[in-house]
Design a protein around this ligand. Structure first.
Ligand code: OAD
Length: 236
């Protein structure tokens, strides 16, 4: 049996499926990943751009970086990997798509039950009150201000050193616990707590990645290749 056949067998008849995705699933849409060749963290220092301290020190610089990323994302289109997961959701009784991606490409592809554990780059939220809004701007025009309390607005993403959104994270953990199969696609599985979802899984894990990850040796099936090619093959 090939790894692909084994993975198809694991999914056949599974009524409760959880999926964890990372930047690799959007790579074929032209959005840079974080680690690996061409990754954002090869050219930028996370502590200067993606921490609360960096934002406190230079909010303009941080906003400019997120606006640049919004611009890249706005030009990108969902790829066959995103679309295959829409098909899987339609045929699965209980389906949860947990994503570390903030790009919104799963939504644009048509996925419905999404848990964005690292937030959403298209949200701007207040650093003081509960205000947040969808914000499609891709250029900085001064630091945006909260219309409710006048504090500074920040990108609606999770930064290093911050807690993940509690309810979203609880849902993600529950989905993994309740699933019969977990698919992990396009993540280096190095960032916690997200990667902890993989070690928590008590069910077979299907990993899809162009490279090895720290979990490759312990998963039920590791499929090597592009998620935009493997996910459609796995599911149809
Ligand atoms: P990484 O950049 O760490 O990892 C991307 C993974 O995708 C790597 O394992 C690649 O081998 C794999 N990959 C690349 N292209 C692929 C393709 N076409 N098909 C399949 N696999 C491919 O991205 P994440 O794991 O998502 O956090 O990173 C996790 C978190 O670190 C991000 O959410 C972000 C970052 O700092 C925050 O912003 C909080």
């Amino acid at each position: 049996m090939t790894p692909l056949e084994k993975a198809r067998g694991l999914l056949a008849g599974a009524e409760r499926v959880a999926v964890l995705t990372g930047a690799g699933i959007s790579a074929e849409s032209g959005i840079p990943t974080f680690r690996g060749p061409g990754g954002l963290w090869r050219n930028f220092r996370p502590e200067e751009l993606a921490t609360p301290e960096a934002f406190a020190k230079d909010p303009q610089l941080v906003w400019e970086w997120y606006m640049w990323r919004r611009g890249l994302i706005a030009e990108a289109q969902p790829n066959p990997g995103h679309r295959a997961l829409v098909g899987l959701e339609r045929r699965t009784l209980v389906f949860t798509l947990i994503t570390q991606n903030v790009d919104g490409l799963h939504d644009r592809a048509g996925s419905k039950n999404i848990r964005k554990i690292h937030g959403d780059i298209w949200l701007s939220r207040c650093t003081r009150c509960a205000y947040q809004r969808v914000d499609k701007s891709t250029a900085v025009d001064g630091i945006p201000q909260c219309p409710e309390c006048r504090a500074v607005l920040r990108p609606g993403v999770v930064w290093f050193g911050e807690q993940l959104p509690r309810l979203v994270w609880d849902d993600a953990e529950r989905a993994v616990h309740d699933s019969q199969v977990l698919i992990v696609a396009g993540t280096s599985a190095q960032v916690y707590p997200a990667a902890g979802l993989i070690s928590q899984a008590r069910v077979p894990v299907i990993e899809i990645n162009i490279d090895d990850t720290p979990f490759t040796s312990s998963v039920a099936v590791a499929l090597r290749g592009l998620s935009g090619e493997l996910l459609p093959k796995l599911l149809f």
